[in-house]
Design a protein around this ligand. Structure first.
Ligand SMILES: [Zn+2]
Length: 553
């Protein structure tokens, strides 16, 4: 008899990079392909992606990529996985619109097959039958998945909260989930991001009173920074701006693009005559304008950072401005946000953060939401996913302590690279693979090997010294002086004669070598590198990267 295997490639024990393989027999679907944001952002890398090479062993099994929703930590690695495995992609209209934007950046739009699905659509892919269940979250058109196999049904929650009064769209579809609960759910893979938070997660509507109060008390310009994908929030801001007689000007590329897509699709309902361009905004009085901007995470390329540190298209922060940061702090961004706030204060802005007023609510299920969902689905097994290990652990503890029937036996903690197996006898972690994540180069957007990161780290710590030696092809003798140059190396300067002494040392080292040693170019190059390395260590006590070049003429 066939078994089900759950193979997480990312998103377990970390924030972001959500990606999971689900295999039945010799068929495998992938749920989400997200990017991650390494907490240390070293050496031109601030994006990581799952190790898709691992899927090479399953190449002939792969049948489809299913997207739960359009957040970057769920679709950001799309082009990288599709370049290796050209799978048909399934997702909601809005999710696919965001996905198309990504694919377009990588010029892959024409080569990928996108299937648009709606809530309660049921698709059959080989032995898998998948129903898309409407889920409420900070984004819109999100799904939980009911994945039925001949061995039983899995529920993958995606990201969710149980929002009874979302700003856009319907509440979480507990009715459809209950249908599966009644029929019997083998396992539930549940979002753990907010499993450490007590109570219910507030509705997206919960921010309205704070915004209304701020708008009613503010005479100056209002600048709201939010995630460009938080459509509920954007809708709230448009509505309240209209209510208080302000126009909205949208700044920042991703914000403008998302507003455009959402309005086109009829998802965002912008009150008549409320959206204006930057030019028009300049002619308005301070109490007539709201700027809706990108940059809530202190990103230095975003609109808010540029406004705070100088100007964005001639627009800067001024005394009397009120800046509302309507977003959560993504782990790792604390320092960048703190610097941003410093710049805003310097220019005389009044700043309103989540800490002071309810201007942001989370999109993820808190403990009581988890309880509602789990009791509705009543899975035989519960597998906490999406979150750092401490969140997965607390998810497990909460469910064990607050919902009858859950114990260490049927709440299973997994890690990236595990293979969790289900068959008629039960569930077990059958194997574990070590998955090194891949990194993306900020400039070229190309995937880079871990070795390159290691090299960049060495360069950052020690700098580099370059040695060029010119050799006569016939006589195997050195021509001229060895050329030594350096960059970013401590304890070397023009005055201290390092390059002369090092050059002299190299001349002596070559003089002591046999002709055959010099003829072997690779060996010769390596020997010179080692000579120079030892010399540098002895003389100046550092370990720069040393590059030697042999020129034969
Ligand atoms: Zn999400």
């Amino acid at each position: 008899m066939n078994k089900i295997e759950i193979i997480p490639l990312g998103g377990i024990g970390e924030f972001g990079m959500n990606c999971m393989g689900i295999r039945y027999g010799d068929e495998m679907i992938i749920v989400d392909a997200g990017m991650g944001f390494p907490e240390e952002t070293p050496y031109g890398v601030d994006i990581s992606i799952p190790n898709f090479d691992f899927l090479e062993d399953y190449r002939s099994d792969l049948t489809a990529l299913i997207l739960t929703h359009g957040h970057e930590d769920h679709i950001g690695a799309l082009s990288y996985i599709l370049r290796k495995f050209n799978l048909p992609v399934y997702g909601s209209r809005f999710t696919l619109a965001l996905a198309e934007k990504r694919l377009d950046e990588h010029r892959m739009l024409d080569s990928v097959l996108l299937h648009r699905v709606k809530a309660n659509d049921i698709i059959e892919i080989g032995s898998f039958k998948i129903e898309f269940i409407h889920a409420s979250h900070s984004l819109i058109e999100c799904f939980s998945l009911a994945i039925t196999t001949p061995l039983g049904t899995l529920i993958h929650t995606g990201d969710y909260k149980i929002d009874d009064t979302p700003v856009i769209g319907k509440p979480y579809d507990l009715k459809t989930l209950a249908k599966y609960g009644d029929a019997g759910v083998l396992a539930l893979l549940g979002d753990s991001t907010n499993a450490t938070v007590e109570g219910r997660t507030p509705s997206e509507k919960a921010v309205i009173p704070a915004f209304e109060e701020i708008f009613s008390q503010t005479e100056g310009r209002i600048i709201v920074a939010s995630f460009s994908s938080s459509l509920h929030r954007l809708q709230v801001i448009f509505n309240i701006a209209h209510e208080f007689g302000r126009k909205v000007c949208v700044l920042g590329r991703s914000m403008q693009k998302n507003v455009e897509i959402a309005e086109e699709q009829g998802l965002l309902n912008i009150p008549y005559n409320t959206l204006i361009g930057l030019g028009e905004s300049r002619s308005l009085e301070d109490d007539q304008i709201v700027y809706l901007v990108t940059g809530s995470q202190g990103e230095t390329r975003a609109a808010l950072w540029n406004m705070a540190t100088g100007t964005y298209k001639g627009l800067g922060i001024e005394k009397g401005d009120t800046v509302i940061l309507s977003a959560r702090i993504i782990p790792g961004n604390e320092k960048a946000i703190s610097r941003l706030i410093g710049h805003l204060y310097k220019h005389g802005a009044n700043i309103i953060e989540e800490k002071r007023r309810l201007v942001h609510v989370s999109g993820h299920a808190s403990q009581e939401d988890i309880k509602i969902l789990t009791e509705t689905a009543r899975p035989k097994y519960l597998i906490p996913i999406h979150g750092e290990y401490r969140m997965l652990f607390r998810h497990k503890e909460y469910v064990k302590n607050h919902i009858a029937g859950y114990t260490d036996e049927n709440v299973i903690l997994i890690e990236n690279g595990d293979i969790l197996e289900f068959d008629e006898f039960g569930a077990r972690i059958a194997a574990h693979n070590n998955l090194e994540k891949s990194f993306i180069d900020e400039e070229s957007l190309a995937e880079i090997e871990y070795d390159v990161i290691r090299e960049r780290k060495k360069l950052a710590y020690g700098g580099a010294i370059s040695l060029v030696v010119t050799i006569d092809k016939k006589t195997r003798e050195i021509i001229g002086e060895p050329q030594i140059s350096y960059q970013g190396v401590a304890n070397i300067n023009f005055a201290n004669g390092f390059t002369n002494e090092a050059g002299q040392m190299i001349i002596e080292a070559i003089a002591a070598m046999k002709k055959e040693e010099i003829a072997d170019q690779k060996g010769f190059q390596e020997k010179l590198r080692i000579h120079l390395k030892r010399f540098v260590q002895k003389e100046i006590g550092t370990k720069p990267v040393i590059v030697t070049t042999i020129v034969e003429i």
